[in-house]
Design a protein around this ligand. Sequence first.
Ligand SMILES: *Cc1c(COP(=O)(O)O)cnc(C)c1O
Length: 444
Amino acid sequence: MQAAEHARDYLTQVNARSVAPTPDAVERLKRLRITLPEQPRDASEVLSLLHEVGSPATVASAGGRYFGFVIGGALPVSVAANWLAAAWDQNAAFRVMSPVAAELEEVAAQWLIDLLHLPQGSATAFVTGATMANFTCLAAARRAVLLKAGWDVDADGLFGAPPITVVVGEEVHISMLKALGMLGLGKKRVVRVKVDDQGRIRDDGIPPLSGPTIICLQAGNVNTGSFDPAEPICRLARQHGAWVHVDGAFGLWARAAPGRAPLALGFELADSWAVDAHKWLNVPYDSGLAFVRDAGALQGAMAAAADYLQLSGEREPCHFTPEFSRRARAVDLWAALHHLGRSGVAEMVERCCRHASLFAEQMTRAGYPPLNDVRLNQVLISFGSAERTQRIIAAVQRQGTCWCGGTVWQGKTAMRISVSGWATKDEDVTRSAAAILEIVQRES
Ligand SMILES: *Cc1c(COP(=O)(O)O)cnc(C)c1O
């Protein structure tokens, strides 16, 4: 009850405060630096302190004017489902530990495969985010391409295995390299392919393919929102038995919105897909999804058995994930999908894209056209020199009406506007654009 009241208090004010916490609020966090109490404390006192000191020191990404990174908010229905799931305290590893978690995973997995138009029968893993989804998919890829070469990597390891060629675009997301590193495939030994002026892999830059090969594509470049040319690359990969993996952390959601789906055509021809739910689907952290066409490859990489583990004969969640014990994150995901329905997801994705266009129009009118083609939810704006652009970004963050981050993309310093929150309304965009442009005028 008390937590619900604090949360309501927080969420009803989140749009009225500075998006970044004030320096004072951050300073007051020192009040939390106490030694571990010797004696128990009243739970309500603990919660009050958390709200009083913690709430003001949050970043208001739950509100309508946070445009940093690619973040998204959390739909109220999914927050509520998340609370219920926390009260249930279910361990989602095995069906026998939580029939409800196992069931909701199966239902949500099928809904997601339908929604994203991925191949029927693909295996789904519910993981923490796109980094772990990339890791999970690449573990399946590593297994499959080496099995074809007569090597069981999960049993025998990488020492002595045939080498795997890993192909990525020059603008590969850092989390993909991190996943490759964790899997022993190396962050640096990748083949980097040239990209075009939107950051898309140039399909004529793919090297001649032979031997075990994994090609990593992007659906949604983290700066521009652009999509790699999936269709020709997937066809080429098929001819040579290469595995195509897609980092679609946010961009793959374009496939759920009929107006944007043409941008992401051809990705269904790939072999595996990493997608975030905590970004564009707007469910609470942490929530990501790995999909693998060859369910056996994923299960072969992830399944583990022991005599004390009671198997049900049905889908066992942990046979698809790196983890055993896990929160039942399918609960909030299922709730969001059930609540929105197919049209609600499409509308949310479309609305964010429309808001990105609205930003692009306002900036263009003021003489600052985006550096990128704004087709999805990402907008890159330069305000002249790198120094001036950085100064403006810092002032925008300090001023507090909205929050945008910065980037250096293809040699140009830019402000990055990413719209992925369900709570953003038209007036949030107009108000934020006006605040940014006022600062731009001042910082001439
Ligand atoms: C955010 C993002 C990731 C990493 O996702 P996490 O959920 O933070 O692990 C990977 N790739 C792209 C394109 C992203 O935008």
